[in-house]
Design a protein around this ligand. Structure first.
Ligand SMILES: *Cc1c(COP(=O)(O)O)cnc(C)c1O
Length: 426
């Protein structure tokens, strides 16, 4: 059955090459291929499946909505599904956090939310440049690509990617260099050659860029810098948001108040396409229809998104995520300690954690070995040197531990027994 993909599908296909089986169905933390083989999912659709596959509570609401002929496609017309989502989002997410944002529905992909944010920031300030960071990833359309770091992805543009300036992310030069000070110098010095930008766009944790975690202190410094120079602060929370870091927004820990927030991936809760751009009210300077798109009203996604907000009604889900994250981190720390020559450490926050490999090729070897054992995980970083683990947030403790056991088996396949075990054997 793989043959149809090899003969008909474009060479651009990607993940399919790393996991070359035909998948058929999925439930919770597991996928099944056409032969009925089960795989534990430590990838979660790159963060689009934070609540697992086909969550029964979300599925029931979706089936009910389809059965009663609820609106499927609605451009940006007013629909009951959209009203219910907006009310629920206000009541469960925005109001309890004291957040005052207008909600824009851009086209239903992350990159479109980023395009909307960039356009709006330029419109508000009348400035063209945007500051982005080393190893940032913001999407594949030209505006989003212009603020993305990865050379291979940028190369795909085929045109000059302009109107952005790259600055060093938190910790880029190591612990001793404060990159906020560095940026401050560029912005304050008339000789620096850096124009005052419309905005700064940042991920609180750079997911694709190798799971680089910004210090909360650094994020607060960045916010202060934005205020000082009158630049808008855009947080791209597309992958790190919707609970991946333990709280609904990834920037809650740092206590910052972005001007614009991009959400997508897990906002529908069900893997259905949906995106939001949250805008501080005073910045909502759009004219009607100035940024539009045919699929802004993907109403089945609004239905599952509304249902998914049930998870956030109390603090219970946050405690659940924290407990799972602790197990995941401890298992990876133990692996890094057992194989110090192969892993230089563990990086991450919440339920996005990675093993940093001393040889870049090792991360891919691990992913392939894990797949043989029935575990799916991806790699990240500029050289794909980080083995990245993102189980569904809803995963049961036993399922998580079973998945980690598959990972340990894969590590043993690739690296042999840990040094300590060999020493004991002597
Ligand atoms: C995935 C991602 C995007 C792009 O989203 P698409 O839906 O693939 O366009 C943008 N920013 C971040 C941080 C992402 O992880």
């Amino acid at each position: 059955m793989m043959e149809i993909f090899e003969t008909l599908e474009s060479e651009v296909r990607g993940y399919i090459r790393n996991f070359p089986v035909v998948f058929d169905r999925a439930e919770g933390a597991h996928l099944y291929d056409v032969d009925g083989r089960r795989y534990t999912d430590f990838f979660s659709g790159a963060g689009a499946l934070n609540y697992g596959h086909n969550h029964p509570a979300l599925k029931a609401r979706l089936i009910d909505y389809i059965e009663r002929n609820g609106i499927t496609h609605g451009l940006d017309l007013a629909t009951r599904a959209k009203a219910e989502f907006l009310e629920r989002f206000r009541d469960v997410i925005l109001a309890p956090r004291g957040m005052d944002y207008r909600v824009q529905f851009p086209g239903p992909t992350g990159t479109n939310s980023v395009e909307a944010a960039l356009k709006l920031a330029r419109k508000i300030t009348g400035r063209e440049k945007v500051i982005s960071f080393t190893n940032a990833f913001h999407g594949m359309t030209l505006g989003a690509l212009s603020v993305t770091g990865n050379a291979f992805k940028r190369g795909g543009a085929g045109v000059a990617l302009t109107l952005s300036d790259t600055m060093p992310y938190s910790g880029y030069f190591g612990e001793d260099t404060d990159t906020i000070e560095y940026m401050d110098r560029f912005l304050s010095d008339n000789g620096s050659g850096v124009d005052l930008p419309a905005a700064v766009i940042v991920e609180t944790v750079q997911a694709e860029g190798g799971i680089n975690v910004a210090e909360p202190e650094w994020l607060r410094g960045l916010e202060a810098l934005c205020r000082r120079y009158d630049m808008l602060l855009i947080v791209d929370d597309i992958q790190a948001g919707c609970g991946r870091m333990g709280s609904f927004f990834s920037f809650e820990e740092a206590g910052i108040r972005p001007d614009i927030v991009c959400l997508s991936k897990s906002i529908s809760g069900y893997g259905l396409p949906m995106a939001l751009t949250l805008i501080r009210p005073e910045h909502d300077l759009w004219d009607a229809g100035e940024h539009n798109g045919t699929f802004r009203g993907n109403n089945p996604a609004f239905v599952t998104a509304t249902a998914a907000l049930d998870f956030w009604e109390t603090g219970e889900f946050e405690s659940h995520i924290a407990a799972r994250a602790k197990t995941l981190r401890a298992a990876l720390d133990a692996l890094a300690a057992a194989y110090p020559d192969s892993f230089s450490g563990v990086r991450g926050r919440g339920m996005m954690q990675g093993l940093v490999c001393t040889e870049a090729a090792l991360a891919k070897q691990l992913s392939q070995a894990a797949f043989k054992h029935g575990l799916i995980h991806e790699t990240a970083g500029p050289d794909d040197e980080v083995a990245k683990f993102m189980p569904p947030l809803t995963i049961e403790q036993g399922e998580l531990e079973a998945g980690l056991e598959l990972l340990r088996a894969a590590v043993r396949d690739v690296l042999g027994a840990p040094q300590a075990v060999l020493d004991e054997a002597v």
